[in-house]
Write a protein that binds this ligand. Structure first.
Ligand SMILES: [Zn+2]
Length: 120
């Protein structure tokens, strides 16, 4: 599940830093094939966060039972570390998708060419 996204058209690989730069953008042109794709973050992030939340609750309960005299501060520190880890993993949950218009555009130009040929 956790892997860096690739271009949906030419499978160009994007690095960690590249994904970080795309933060906040909804679409982007591929640096390799120049075609635009849609950037999707929500789904992967929701899965990651819910996994982390379950892990966090479990870990806190476990530590409270094992470690004697674990303070609220201790739990807080564990929580912060795990959330920070989650944020670092965010680029791995990003996925690129083909934009529908991109395909339709090429299809319609092909159609026009065919019609012109028939007319002449
Ligand atoms: Zn590409």
């Amino acid at each position: 599940m956790l892997r860096l996204p690739v271009c949906p058209y030419c499978k160009a690989v994007y690095r960690y830093g590249d994904i970080r730069r795309l933060e906040g953008k909804k679409s982007e042109n591929c640096h390799h094939c120049k075609r635009s794709f849609r950037i999707s973050r929500v789904r992967g992030r929701v899965i990651l966060i819910s996994c982390a939340a379950v892990l966090l609750i479990g870990l806190n309960i476990l530590l409270m039972n094992i470690v004697e005299g674990l303070t609220v501060l201790g739990c807080f520190i564990i929580t912060v570390i795990l959330i920070a880890g989650c944020v670092l993993l965010f680029p791995y949950t990003v996925r690129f998708y083909e934009i529908d218009g991109e395909r339709k555009k090429t299809d319609s130009t092909k159609g026009k060419k065919l019609k012109r040929k028939k007319l002449s």
